[in-house]
Design a protein. Structure first.
Length: 387
């Protein structure tokens, strides 16, 4: 069966060039970069190059890039660093629609003497900025606001928010895992203190991420160990994956225009085709300021899990929300925060495309999904009741 992969916000295919660049560091150049001998030292030089490539994607300085194991570690490191560096402050500001990597660390902190303010969103997924700014206090240790939502693709005005937060002398962090590589990011011209990214969202392997830490930001390491990463993260470097992230960052920089043209056109065609053919279907979130590859569509009166299973029979891969919450029977916390009706939230499917997708694949989804929805609605008592 051919696979039509439309779940790129969950993970992406490792690019061929990325894999090719990684393999020598698994087979030939396997030395420890911390070793004094030349065999290991040459590896350290290539880690430095990967750091430069990753920094270039963000328009940051290489010394501001800290390699981690994933976006989740980067997020936890940022929150914990701000808390430890400001021990007298016991308040965190975030949003009601964050990825579980931020949501859960904030909930954990709330059990340990911290107060967390969750900024609400409206029906379009737009942040209530007045509420956010009013809740910045002298007790706030950090404000962590995602750059783009992983489920709806809605983009938040992070640069503007960072400037307001910094006026209050508060550390600002953004989970930019979904934004990096899809929209331009220029960290030299923002007030962002820390930014998280994940390699497997930009065609690098799983198990590698990075945290941007702006020069001058107070920082306390999350992993205590050796001198690696200038003492900011202990542990022998994941060399091959770091090389892969550097290569993927360079590829992403070169492919960003395609993301915002061809990929966006495919996303728009998919959306238009499904909405024209399926009644009682709505797009979740505002359509203007969102990622070019993402659409979240609610098909009322059917179960998302059933849709996914039936699409899977045709090799179509999508998601009912965040991959990190799959298996939960509860509706998405993002859609609940937006006030999406229960009958629609349970039937929501997220499609997320990449430069690897084709218009033929988009047309295949448009062909196969309407009969699936029709079949499921015929079996749905909620659908019959509301007709």
């Amino acid at each position: 069966m051919n696979v039509v992969y439309a779940d790129n916000n969950a993970t992406t295919q490792v690019a061929k060039k990325v894999l090719d660049e990684m393999l020598p560091y698994l087979e030939t150049y396997y030395g420890n970069p911390s070793s004094m001998h030349t065999f290991g030292g040459q590896v350290a030089k290539n880690i430095a190059m990967a750091r430069e490539q990753t920094a270039a994607l963000l328009n940051a300085s290489p010394e501001e890039i800290l390699f981690t194991s994933c976006g989740t570690e980067s997020d936890s490191t940022a929150i914990q660093a701000a808390i430890k560096s400001n021990p007298d402050r016991k308040h965190i500001v975030t949003t009601r629609v964050e990825h579980p990597a931020i949501k859960n660390i904030c909930e954990h902190s709330a059990k340990n003497e911290f107060h967390v303010t969750y900024v609400p969103v409206d029906e379009n997924g737009t942040l209530d900025l007045d509420y956010l700014y009013k809740n910045l206090t002298d007790d706030t240790a950090i404000a962590s606001i995602m750059w783009a939502n992983n489920e709806t693709g809605v983009i938040f005005p992070v640069e503007e928010i960072a400037a307001k937060v910094k006026e209050k002398g508060i550390v600002f962090h953004t989970d930019a895992v979904q934004a990096v590589g899809k929209i331009p990011i220029d960290l030299k011209n923002t007030e962002i203190d820390m930014l998280s990214l994940s390699g497997h969202k930009i065609h690098a392997p799983k198990g590698i991420g990075a945290l941007y830490v702006k020069k001058g930001t107070k920082f306390s390491p999350f992993l205590i160990g050796g001198h690696q990463e200038k003492g900011r993260r202990g542990g022998t470097e994941n060399v091959a994956s770091i090389i892969g992230l550097g290569t993927a960052s360079e590829l992403s920089k070169n492919l960003m225009e395609e993301e915002n043209t061809r990929v966006k056109e495919m996303r728009d065609s998919l959306e238009k085709g499904l909405l024209e053919r399926i009644d009682n279907a709505i797009v979740n979130g505002g359509k203007e300021k969102r990622l070019p590859n993402t659409t979240s569509i609610a098909f009322e009166y059917v179960e998302g899990e059933a849709i996914l299973l039936m699409m899977d029979e045709f090799g179509i891969c999508a998601s009912s929300g965040s991959a990190c919450t799959s298996g939960s029977l509860e509706p998405s916390h993002v859609l609940r925060a937006m006030g999406v009706p229960f009958t629609a939230a349970h039937g929501t499917i997220r499609f997320s495309l990449s430069t690897y997708n084709t218009m033929e694949e988009v047309n295949f989804i448009i062909e196969k999904l309407p009969p699936i929805i029709e079949k499921l609605r015929k079996m749905s008592p909620f659908w019959k009741k509301n007709q």
